[in-house]
Design a protein around this ligand. Structure first.
Ligand code: NAD
Length: 287
């Protein structure tokens, strides 16, 4: 960290709790490797202190910040502009300060699409099944739609997120050329049929992560066809039960969410610095 001097720009991460985050390691590794005069620090900022946190971005002339829960929606009124990625999700994970003008972005969806692309799978022209429409699922759906996905069938259980999932479906149908629909996850026959129809299947629910590490939303291996691309947004553990079932069913392309997590950071890094994050170095630093 010897490069810190009077010209160093600060980038923050404002969320609560947040001290467990891998983002400071990712970004500082990349700044150091590229000899960029930035430093990235995590700050415990609960929602009631966020207004002051955003004021600090302006006062300290910070280059920007990431935000995570519980601040992804709360921050919107404090910003000057929203990029379309944040507008379609009504959520922000990245703030960029351009000479005092604060713009909010959501880079999770770009992270997902970029990771899939680097693994050899374009979303354009494809059909997707997505379970879950929360903080991860919504940007996955909207960004894939913006990037040319032809059709998406979202499944959500009938919980507090169901109405939000319907809003996402409506926004996609209204603002993009992708055709979207929502089905109750309880309709298992519809899920089975959709998996046979889809090119890409993404589970964005967190089932498979502690304390649900012994659960999978698809238990029957015959529901997976071999050429389906199977993506779980969970990255701890690196292989969820869903992934194991898919692999045992002979599916060739089965991925966890680590690549998405790194690529959402890389997209934010590019917005702040204009540079490409050295992905391999960053991955090695957090593995
Ligand atoms: P969230 O709480 O905002 O949304 C969860 C979604 O899953 C909702 O739609 C909810 O209805 C559904 N859901 C939750 N539990 C369920 C269950 N038992 N059965 C069926 N549906 C269920 O959470 P989130 O922020 O969207 O995170 C979801 C997962 O994605 C987490 O595991 C998180 O770690 C992961 N995530 C990964 C990345 C990445 O970059 N890879 C980014 C964000 C989140």
């Amino acid at each position: 960290m010897t490069r810190i001097d009077g010209h160093t720009y600060l980038i923050g991460l404002m969320a609560y709790p947040i001290r467990h985050s891998m983002s400071p390691t990712m970004h500082n590794t990349a700044f150091e490797a590229l000899n960029l005069n930035f430093v990235y620090l995590a700050f415990d900022v609960p929602a009631e202190k966020l207004k002051d946190g955003v004021a600090a971005i302006r006062t300290l002339d910070m280059r920007g910040s990431n935000v995570s829960m519980p601040n992804k929606q709360v921050i919107i009124p404090y910003l000057d502009k929203l990029d379309i990625s944040a507008e379609l999700n009504q959520a922000v994970n990245t703030v960029v300060n351009d000479n005092g003008v604060l713009t909010g972005y959501t880079t999770d969806g770009v992270g997902f699409v970029t990771d899939l692309k680097k693994k050899g799978h374009e979303v354009a022209g494809k059909k997707m099944v997505l379970i879950g429409a929360g903080g991860a699922g919504t940007p996955i759906a909207t960004q894939s739609a913006l990037d040319g996905l032809s059709e998406i069938r979202i499944f959500n259980r009938h919980d507090g997120r169901f109405d939000h999932a319907q809003e996402t479906v409506d926004i996609i149908n209204e603002k993009t050329n992708c055709q979207a629909s929502l089905t109750d996850l309880a309709d298992q026959a519809a899920l089975k049929e959709a998996l046979a129809w889809a090119d890409i299947f993404c589970d964005a629910t967190g089932v498979g992560m502690k304390p649900l590490e012994d659960q999978s939303l698809v238990e029957d291996p015959t529901w997976f066809k071999k050429d389906l691309v199977v993506y779980d947004t969970v990255y701890a553990p690196r292989e969820t039960k869903l992934m194991t079932i898919a692999k045992n069913a002979g599916v060739d392309h089965v991925y966890n969410g680590l690549g998405m997590m790194i690529e959402q950071g890389a997209a934010a890094f590019k917005l702040w610095t204009g540079q490409d994050m050295p992905i391999d170095l960053v991955q090695a630093a957090i593995e």
